[in-house]
Ligand binder design. Structure first.
Ligand SMILES: NC(=O)c1ccc[n+]([C@@H]2O[C@H](COP(=O)([O-])OP(=O)(O)OC[C@H]3O[C@@H](n4cnc5c(N)ncnc54)[C@H](O)[C@@H]3O)[C@@H](O)[C@H]2O)c1
Length: 313
């Protein structure tokens, strides 16, 4: 069993990764700064289940400033999920993205190198590093079209620089559009479901024919745990992590109308700067090297998210 550090432990995906690692018997040190991109009480609820576990400890710390060495003591694996996500705000608050995503990653890598106990550094990146479309294998050109994607790519490159110069044992996981319970309130499906449940108009940016790879959160977590457990196969590699069903937003709207038994009023707006047109994760490499097979049918995953959102105040 390993001692693992999870950054972004209070977030949508990080909190569920902590629970999965604890369930497998690992000791987990969670770190999060509760960046107020969305409200702290939501993140406290995310953390609650992990906090009840004996193998979990939590540190409120900011990667940009905290002394990280005591938190890393004895950690063999580092799962680095802490970041400023969401591309729209990255146009207007670039300093926050630059510092959290780039400086935070560099400080964590430097601390991991100094600690010398880290056998595996898993960096969670995004399909946004590919650019307007993300449809090919991991070797495709990287041309991000949003400040968010640019900072995430810079952090990938920092990981590779520490790998190449200092032998840091790195794996990069590029998640594609993750959804499911605890989804961030700024994300599209969360907003669509909220509009359906509250009978409010939903804003569609573009013609609604943009496609997404729709990765159920438990599948993203499974892929991440597989990369950790199949360390020999994963070291030095970059993996796309996507779900199995590539579907346009217009189809998602119809599915969610069916699941909720309601219809939504749509307000149309032009596409937003930095928006991707098509993502369809090529997960052949993760299938081959990690044995990753996304298991959650889209309809089941959407039902789970609707059920969760119905419990929210
Ligand atoms: N949600 C998606 O669809 C998606 C898709 C691709 C990639 N990702 C990546 O997955 C990771 C997790 O995303 P999420 O959707 O769970 O976001 P989230 O905002 O719910 O979680 C991120 C957490 O990181 C913390 N954090 C940010 N900056 C920090 C800092 N400087 N120090 C300490 N903690 C800090 C935040 O407080 C937050 O709780 C991110 O790296 C994101 O880029 C997410």
């Amino acid at each position: 069993m390993s001692r693992c550090l999870v950054t972004g432990a209070a977030g949508f995906i990080g909190s569920q990764l902590c629970e999965a690692l604890l369930a497998r018997g690992h000791t987990v040190v969670g770190l999060d700064a509760f960046i107020p991109y969305y409200p702290r009480p939501i993140k406290e609820v995310n953390l609650a289940a992990a906090r009840r576990q004996a193998g979990f400890s939590f540190h409120e710390a900011d990667l940009r400033a905290a002394d990280l060495s005591p938190l890393l003591a004895g950690c063999e694996a580092i799962f680095h999920l802490a970041a400023m996500p969401g591309l729209i705000k990255s146009w207007t608050d670039f300093a926050l993205y630059e510092t959290c995503n780039i400086l935070g990653t560099q400080r964590l890598l430097a601390a991991a190198q100094a600690a010398a106990t880290c056998r595996h550094f898993l960096y969670v990146s995004t399909s946004s590093v590919y650019g307007r479309e993300a449809t090919q294998a991991e070797t495709a050109p990287l041309q991000p079209v949003s400040p968010y994607g640019i900072t995430k790519l810079a952090a990938e490159n920092l990981c590779r620089a520490y790998e190449s110069n200092f032998g840091m044992p790195v794996t990069i996981l590029r998640y594609f559009s993750v959804y499911g319970p605890r989804q961030r309130p700024d994300m599209g499906y969360y907003q669509l479901i909220r509009c359906l449940l509250r009978d409010e108009p939903f804003i569609v940016c573009g013609d609604g024919e943009q496609t997404r790879s729709n990765t159920f959160v438990a599948d993203a977590v499974v892929a991440t745990v597989l990369a950790f457990e199949r360390r020999a196969a994963a070291l030095g590699e970059t993996f796309n992590v996507g779900g199995g069903e590539i579907v346009a937003l217009n189809r998602i709207i119809r599915m969610l109308e069916e699941i909720t038994g309601r219809s939504v009023r749509l307000a149309r707006q032009p596409p937003r700067p930095g928006d991707q047109t098509h993502t369809s994760a090529n997960i052949e490499k993760a299938r081959r090297l990690l044995g990753y097979h996304p298991g959650t049918p889209l309809a089941d995953g959407l039902r789970a998210q609707v059920a969760w959102q119905k419990t929210l105040p």
